[in-house]
Design a protein around this ligand. Structure first.
Ligand SMILES: Cc1cn([C@H]2C[C@H](O)[C@@H](COP(=O)(O)OP(=O)(O)OP(=O)(O)O)O2)c(=O)[nH]c1=O
Length: 266
């Protein structure tokens, strides 16, 4: 069990903007007794414990995704989900639907499907649940995941030498059933990659299952000449927005960082 001494938390907790759940204990002085000659035992100082990953103190966190990138990004932010509950939703796009609508609809559908699963699991029934969806938009075209090599080739030919936008929607459901969502847009410009480079990139297989047929976190990072906005949004989960949504609804983000620091230091 990780425990933090009150004294050691005082400075850090105020720096982190954490509020104490109990006031700082007063100096433990013996209190004058009602019965002459008897002294009441001093009150034991209240100790605040940082939540241990996996402990019951911490609300459960469920990631409704099969994407290893989303899991890695959450972990990078010091938040390890207690469970993964991916779902397969129909990702086909209706005519006239714009990128923001698409990602919002799909992230919501993924959250709804995962929520149905966790409702039947008592230990996860009261959890924070996160789902996300990413698409690439270039001109009027919306590019979903490339599943076949020729799809990825077409997408890369379309993206080379010009700017495109990457949209990710994050949907969060709180243990109390509140729904929150954010749609984040990042602008990316690729240099004019050659056919030969596209051929070599396809051989890497890194495009498979990625929106727009590329993964910025791999070789395709070398295609980018400009990026405006959130990098993690392109990889599939905008961390600033995700972490603020969780913290804003009471998920103890900063306390978990503190607990992790304790573990790392031990
Ligand atoms: C543009 C881009 C996308 N991607 C990935 C993020 C997403 O995993 C994927 C877009 O597909 P999504 O349908 O958003 O997600 P997914 O099917 O992979 O996972 P799940 O629905 O279970 O959450 O593309 C990258 O990894 N790097 C990139 O540079």
């Amino acid at each position: 069990m990780i425990s933090l001494k009150v004294g050691s938390l005082t400075g850090l907790s105020s720096k982190l903007g954490l509020k104490r759940s109990t006031p700082a204990p007063a100096e433990a002085e013996p209190v004058a007794a009602a019965v002459p000659g008897k002294v009441k035992a001093p009150k034991r100082p209240t100790r605040r414990r940082a939540p241990k990953p996996g402990s019951s103190f911490r609300p459960k966190l469920v990631l409704a995704s099969a994407s290893p990138r989303r899991l890695q990004l959450l972990e990078q932010a010091g938040l390890t989900p207690d469970a993964l509950r991916p779902s397969s939703v129909d990702e086909s796009v209706s005519k006239g639907e714009v990128p923001r609508q698409i990602v919002r609809r799909l992230a919501k559908a993924k959250a709804e499907a995962a929520l149905k699963l966790v409702k039947n699991e008592p230990e996860l029934a009261k959890c924070f649940l996160i789902a996300a969806d990413t698409v690439v938009a270039v001109g009027r075209r919306v590019l979903g995941k490339a599943e076949l090599e020729n799809e990825a080739a077409d997408m890369l030919r379309l993206l080379r030498g010009r700017a495109h936008r990457v949209y990710t929607a994050v949907t969060m459901v709180t243990p109390e059933g509140r729904w929150r969502e954010r749609v984040v847009e990042t602008r990316v410009r690729f240099r004019n990659i050659t056919d030969q480079e596209i051929g070599a990139y396809l051989a890497s297989g890194e495009w498979r299952g990625k929106a727009g047929g590329y993964a910025i976190q791999g070789i395709a990072g070398a295609f980018v000449i400009k990026l405006v906005g959130s990098y993690t949004n392109v990889v599939g989960l905008p961390l600033t927005e995700t972490v603020s949504m969780l913290a804003g609804e009471g998920y103890p983000v900063a306390l978990l960082w503190l607990a992790k620091a304790e573990v790392d230091a031990a």
